[in-house]
Design a protein around this ligand. Structure first.
Ligand SMILES: NC(=O)c1ccc[n+]([C@@H]2O[C@H](COP(=O)([O-])OP(=O)(O)OC[C@H]3O[C@@H](n4cnc5c(N)ncnc54)[C@H](O)[C@@H]3O)[C@@H](O)[C@H]2O)c1
Ligand SMILES: CC(C)[C@H](C(=O)O)[C@@H](O)C(=O)O
Ligand SMILES: [Mg+2]
Length: 356
């Protein structure tokens, strides 16, 4: 029997609630598909700060590196907001991404037919939207030096090397080749030198993929186009901060940020995480939508373990619960036949994923 080890990082807020549901679903499909997953929990974020004083203890990096994949919930919360930046929960996540060198963050945006009324946009605008944001994850302004908060002055540095842009662009084009051969690269090349390098490098990589149609778009226009006509996009290739913002925006095409999964991948490791945060406003109430995390677990099965049929089981089960009208509270006003808790949603998906 095939065996995989998964480092589980539950984190803060709704993190533990949504990870528990993903584990439920993974356990159900692994029985059906004949593989076994063993889990090792590790601390990160506020949960780690409270125990060790650090947002990412060394042990967490070791556990993450020694596992076959990492499944991550969410971190952060108001109780840690006043800590200095390098002691905050978010810094723990950024350090983990960096330590694992997961430079490519893939954020698929699916609009489920059953939820076309859930978006704030008109159904005819969003129906059929299916796009992939390819976000550079371990460079750009998030990590650039120098950076400081000095009295009345503070600064950050947006920096990309050609090599960093090249490798994320390659990922973008490879994905475009497997999808609809259409890529929009998003930058701010009318203002930023770093975006000029980005654009030049993307154009170089484009020569290796003559079949892929390439368009460059400024980020402000892209933000507008995403809500004007999302179906024009297939692969969106962009840098760290633009990808962060555009993917939250894109989540509202699908109806809830609680639906959007992601895979953060590099040469060696894989980190699977929903795109949303720890949602402190709803933590502990059993109302968080676990689908983003469950779908991230499906991405883990596909990308990290090559367990395509298990991944498909989960994705089909998600479609089925939505089709049958089960909704967590975030989607309760949209064609809901029954409003369910976080745990009930996880159990239904686990049940459907293990049928047949
Ligand atoms: N990857 C991460 O761990 C991650 C990502 C984003 C934000 N954060 C952190 O999370 C904390 C809260 O940030 P925020 O409020 O800006 O963003 P958030 O994504 O946590 O929440 C934004 C809104 O979306 C809702 N929401 C998010 N996930 C949901 C889900 N699964 N089901 C239903 N509703 C959901 C929340 O209730 C809230 O109203 C901050 O400390 C922030 O730094 C962490
Ligand atoms: C929590 C934060 C560091 C993180 C980011 O900005 O990358 C989050 O917003 C995300 O989208 O995963
Ligand atoms: Mg974000």
């Amino acid at each position: 029997m095939k065996r995989y080890t998964v480092a589980l990082i539950k984190g803060d807020g709704i993190g533990p609630e949504i990870i528990d549901e993903a584990v439920k679903v993974l356990d159900a499909v692994s029985v059906k598909e004949g593989f076994e997953i063993t889990y090792k929990e590790a601390l990160l974020g506020g949960a780690a700060i409270d125990v060790t004083g650090e947002p990412i203890p060394e042990e967490t990096i070791e556990i993450a590196k020694s596992a076959d994949a990492v499944l991550f919930g969410a971190i952060g919360g108001p109780q840690w907001d006043d800590l200095p930046r390098d002691k905050r929960p978010e810094t723990g996540l950024l350090k983990l991404r960096k330590a694992l060198e997961v430079f490519a963050n893939l954020r698929p945006v699916t609009v489920y037919d059953e939820l076309v009324n859930a978006s704030t946009l008109k159904p005819e605008v969003i129906q059929g939207t299916d796009l992939m944001v390819v976000r550079e994850l371990i460079g750009g302004i998030y990590f650039g030096q120098p950076r400081a908060y000095e009295g009345d002055r503070a600064y950050n540095t947006m920096v990309y090397t050609k090599q960093e842009v090249y490798r994320i662009a390659k990922v973008g084009f490879e994905i475009a080749m497997k999808r609809n051969k259409k890529l929009v690269s998003v930058d701010k090349a009318n203002v930023l030198e770093v975006s000029q390098l980005w654009r030049d490098t993307v154009n170089e990589v484009a020569k290796e993929y003559p079949e892929v149609s390439v368009e460059h778009m400024y980020v402000d226009n892209a933000a507008m186009q995403l809500v004007r006509d999302p179906k024009q996009f297939d692969v969106i290739l962009t840098g760290n901060i633009f990808g962060d913002i555009l993917s939250d925006e894109a989540s509202m095409l699908s109806g809830s940020i609680g639906l959007l999964p992601s895979a953060s991948i590099g040469e060696k490791y894989g980190l699977y995480e929903p795109i949303h945060g720890s949602a402190p406003d709803i933590a502990g109430q059993g109302i968080a939508n676990p689908i983003a995390t469950i779908a991230s677990a499906a991405m883990m099965l596909r990308y990290q373990f090559g367990e395509e049929s298990a991944a498909k089981r989960i994705e089909d089960a998600i479609k089925r619960v939505l089709k049958e009208g089960y909704r967590t509270k975030d989607l309760s006003s949209f064609d809901a036949k029954e409003v369910v808790t976080t745990s009930e949603m996880g159990s239904l998906i686990a049940q459907y994923a293990s049928e047949i």
